[in-house]
Structures are given as C-alpha cells and as structure tokens.
Ligand binder design. Structure first.
Ligand code: GLN
Length: 242
C-alpha cells in the first residue's frame, strides 16, 4: 500500500513550522509499513489532478497569498477542485485554510478570491490573534496548536466547526469555533505544526487519503504516549493564556 502526499505551494505557504505536518503524515504512514511519496504543487507548474491522495496547504504571509490566490484562479485551481472531487483529502492551516474558502479580504489591498471548496469567508480584523490555541471536537478529542492570524473566518452552512475553542481565539473573536470540516477538507488555525501533537487528526487524514485508491483501511494503532504528553503539556500552557 502507498500514500501520495501533495504539498501545496511549499515555497510560498509554509510558515511557523507547517512543513512538519507533511513529516508527521509521512512518518506515521511509514511506521505502519505504508510507502509514501510527496510531491510539491506550486505556482506556475502544471499539476496532475489525478496523483495526490491527500494535500497539505500551509500558512503564509499576505503577499504569498496574493500569488497563490492568483494561481488558484487559473488551471491549477481547476486541477485541485477536480482532485478533491475525485476523493483527495486536504488539510489546511491559516492562509491555506483561508484560500480554500470563498475569499480572504486583507486589511489593505483587494480581496483575494479563494477556491470556494470550503464554505468559509475570511476578513482581516483589527486584532492579530497570536498564542497557543486549545480546542475540543464534538466527540471530545483535543486540538492544540499555535495561532498567528489577523484573518477572522466565518463558516457558512455547508461547513462544520472542527472544534470549540477552550483557550485562544480560533476562527474569529465571536463564535468560539476553531477551524472547519466539509467532506474530506479540513481547515484550521493550528500552526506549530499541528499534526505531531494531534496524532488522531494525522491518522484521520492518512485514512481518508488511503481510501481514495485502496478503499477503507483500518490503521494499526501506534504508541502515541510521547505525542499525547506533548499535547497535554502544550494544552496546559494554552490554558494559562489570558
Ligand atoms: N495573512 C493571513 C492572516 O494573517 C494568514 C497568516 C498565516 O497564514 N499565518 O490571517
């Protein structure tokens, strides 16, 4: 069995250690004897929409988002939509999350159109949210990461929150939601990188990715003692956030 990871715009959208998400997906698959190949998909290249099983789309600066938004408005956006329609999963963080939505309206400059595959809209707010972010899913799973964004994201009816904020801000300053889930698309504000300290989420993405070409797969459990110890430690720090 093999897993194909598409890293979206790694040269433009990979800040605050976000590349670690690709490393976590890779290692957790390899620990289970699954072969892994990662390919970069970035601006100006011609993308193969039928290759990747799961994509990672990281965070970036506003100017990087301008370039990526323009690229997604062309053939590469069509290719990514076709790939998602074909069953590929996407994990996105911050700027990548914002660009999977309908648009990102920065504090200065024109609105940046998003791909529109995730029913969210983002507008720059007055306060930049920076710090440890702790949230919990509906079924009680912990989400921990580090947020650094001035974009405030609001969910439409087709998207569901990834979690409820316990400490920090998450999507915006009002509804205490963090991230969004829609089909096999996940967006969030968890930099850090997120997946090493949220192993359950990494395994969910690997399972979704493998299902595209291999059908339903039950991953063998790993010893995540250290991962959850790191999660608990970071969660305690987040709870002290004023
Ligand atoms: N420029 C966007 C914001 O500040 C995204 C930043 C990021 O990806 N960390 O909201």
């Amino acid at each position: 069995m093999d897993l194909r990871i598409g890293h979206l715009y790694p040269d433009l959208m990979s800040i605050y250690g976000d590349r670690g998400n690709v490393l976590a997906l890779t290692q957790r698959a390899k620990w289970r004897g699954i072969d892994v190949e990662t390919r970069s998909f970035t601006a100006g290249e011609t993308w193969d929409p039928d290759w990747a099983d799961v994509y990672f789309f990281g965070g970036g600066q506003d100017q990087g988002q301008d370039i990526v938004g323009a690229d997604l408005a062309g053939p590469n956006g069509d290719a990514l939509k076709r790939s998602i329609d074909g069953g590929a999963a996407v994990f996105s963080v911050c700027g990548g999350y914002q660009l999977l939505g309908h648009e990102y309206v920065p504090e200065v400059g024109d609105p940046i159109p998003g791909l529109g595959v995730l029913d969210v809209t983002t507008r720059a707010g007055k306060v930049r949210f920076v710090g440890n972010l702790l949230a919990e899913t509906d079924d009680g799973k912990t989400l921990i990461g580090f947020e650094n964004h001035s974009g405030y994201t609001y969910l439409g009816p087709k998207a569901k929150p990834l979690g409820r904020v316990i400490a920090g801000h998450g999507n915006n300053e009002q509804d205490k939601t963090e991230g969004a889930v829609q089909g096999k698309l996940i967006g969030c504000y968890l930099h850090g990188s997120a997946l090493p300290k949220n192993p359950w989420l990494a395994d969910q993405l690997i399972t979704w990715g493998l299902a595209r070409r291999h059908g339903a797969v039950e991953l063998t459990p790993l010893d995540d003692t250290e991962e959850y110890a790191a999660q608990s430690q970071a969660a305690e720090v987040a709870k002290t956030r004023t």
